[in-house]
Ligand binder design. Structure first.
Ligand code: ADP
Ligand code: MG
Ligand code: ZN
Length: 478
């Protein structure tokens, strides 16, 4: 059978590191990139006799995430121990949540090419991150860094509602943007702040039962996730077509070879011997507590998008791109207010700015200029101080050596020449040097005008006002 004869079924478990200042059960800092084992204390290194105390911010952030994804918030929740041994887990158990997660039964809307659909969120629970093993490249052993041990996480588990790598990509991007909007995680994928376990299975079209799934752990780039899913679907189709059975196992995706490799057979849930952590009290949330958090939620991407369609008349596609990032969306609204030209700001964001972000693999938050500076750039074009082609060069400069667009123009001498005398001078010079084009134009070759304007532009290194040039050439050639 061909791949088209199968339906793909995918469910995601996404881990997001929360943007709290301190860890989940102690007061060690959570900041990334410190020297190994400098952000540790007796609690997060599991010294005997220490007691964890739940960081209230962790609960608040998880509830924010739950409300933003339309979950029901449990007023009665608790922490459980998930027992397993690994050298980066000094307690030999992870404090997580088992049968009473904080949030349940939510959903996220996506817009794949097949039309809008809703992806169910099974649950969102809180847990602690483990440390990190650094494997010595000379094979002499591994070194453990416990800075990450006890960093708070939320795990967002989806229903197996996703049907293609396209849907997975859209779902993850939407989830990431929601978490950024509500400011519970910085979602920096390169730093591992957002990572996904991807569960993939296939079944014959029309089949009622799900097929056996495999799980690819800790994926942290959109590109690898798409590649890995495509590879894994093909592999499973192959196995079944050849009369085999897909085994339930954990796989590791290797970016270099573009293949998945088996890591271990799937352990069953009860292997973890979950039980309520006796060192922590139950989590009881009042209606008032939950409602206060609901009231504090900012406008979410979906609602902003609808507003951009009606208020600013953006196209659906542009509105999607801009609202996909809170940073871009804020940049758009603030700059539009300042320069009063949303159409131009929209164009800058979806064309030149997006292109530079893509080329340099930069996240929108890292854009080195602010909304005032972008607005100034638009106003400088609107006033005729610079042409739009010069403005493109100014933008590149704003990315490379961030400063006010006016300063860049002054320094570089990029102010547009709109002075009649100066333009006339260039026009005369170009006419004098190009008798053939003048003759061509007079003989009816309209195209010659474009050439002359081009020459004048070259002469002024792109600074002459193009409308004035056109007009003056026409006058002179009459
Ligand atoms: P665990 O991996 O902890 O045992 P679950 O059984 O709850 O947990 O499933 C985890 C994830 O796997 C969920 O996101 C779920 O949607 C997804 N999933 C479950 N069954 C399948 C399946 N047959 N195919 C694809 N994904 C699945
Ligand atoms: Mg799993
Ligand atoms: Zn600590």
């Amino acid at each position: 059978m061909a791949r088209e004869d199968y339906e793909v079924v995918i469910g995601l478990e996404v881990h997001a590191e929360l943007a709290t200042k301190t860890k989940i059960f102690c007061s060690c800092p959570t900041s990334f990139g410190a020297a190994p084992n400098t952000h540790i204390c007796p609690i997060c290194t599991a010294m005997p006799g220490t007691l964890p105390v739940l960081n209230e911010k962790v609960v608040e952030y998880a509830v924010r995430a739950g409300l933003a994804t339309e979950c029901t918030i449990s007023q009665d929740s608790k922490n459980d121990r998930k027992n397993y041994f690994y050298p980066d887990l000094p307690k030999a158990y992870q404090i997580s949540q088992y049968d009473k997660p904080l949030c349940e039964h939510g959903k996220i809307e996506i817009d794949p090419s097949t039309g809008r659909k809703s992806i169910g969120i099974t649950r969102i629970h809180i847990e602690e991150d483990a440390g990190k093993l650094n494997h010595d490249e000379f094979g002499r052993g591994s070194l453990v860094d416990l800075n990450r041990a006890g960093v708070p996480l939320i795990e967002i588990v989806s229903e197996p509602d996703l049907r293609s790598s396209e849907e997975v990509d859209l779902y993850l991007r939407k989830l990431k943007s929601i978490l950024e909007y509500i400011e519970v995680s910085d979602c920096k994928m390169q730093e591992g702040s957002l990572r996904a376990d991807v569960n993939v299975s296939i079944r014959k079209k029309g089949a009622k039962e799900y097929g056996t799934r495999t799980e690819m752990k800790n994926m942290n780039s959109f590109r690898s996730i798409t590649r890995a899913i495509e590879y894994e679907i093909d592999r499973q189709v192959d196995v079944i077509d050849n009369g085999g059975e897909v085994e339930q196992e954990t796989l590791r995706w290797d970016e270099v070879s573009g293949k998945t490799f088996s890591m271990r057979d799937k352990e069953d849930a009860q292997d973890y011997r979950y039980f309520p952590d006796p060192d922590l009290v139950a989590i009881k949330l009042s209606d008032e507590y939950i409602e206060n958090i609901r009231k504090s939620l900012p406008e979410l991407p979906e609602s902003r998008k609808q507003r951009y369609l009606t208020e600013y008349h953006l196209s659906e596609k542009d509105a999607n791109i801009i609202t996909s990032s809170k940073y871009l969306s804020d940049l758009f609204e603030e700059a539009s207010k300042i320069c009063n030209n949303p159409k131009a700001v929209n164009n800058w964001i979806i064309s030149d700015i997006s292109r530079i972000l893509n080329e340099t693999e930069m996240e929108p938050v890292a854009i080195p200029f602010d909304s005032k500076q972008l607005a100034k750039l638009v106003m400088l074009i609107d006033k005729g101080t610079i042409s739009s082609s010069i403005a493109k060069k100014v933008l590149v400069e704003m990315f490379e050596h961030p400063r006010d667009p006016e300063d860049i123009i002054d320094e570089k001498g990029w102010v547009q020449i709109s002075d009649e005398g100066a333009i006339r001078e260039v026009v005369s010079k170009v006419l004098e040097n190009n008798p053939q084009s003048v003759a061509d134009y007079k003989a009816g070759k309209e195209k010659a005008l474009g050439y002359l304007v081009g020459q004048a532009m070259k002469e002024t290194r792109g600074k002459a006002n193009p409308q004035m040039l056109n007009q003056m050439f026409k006058e002179e050639l009459k």
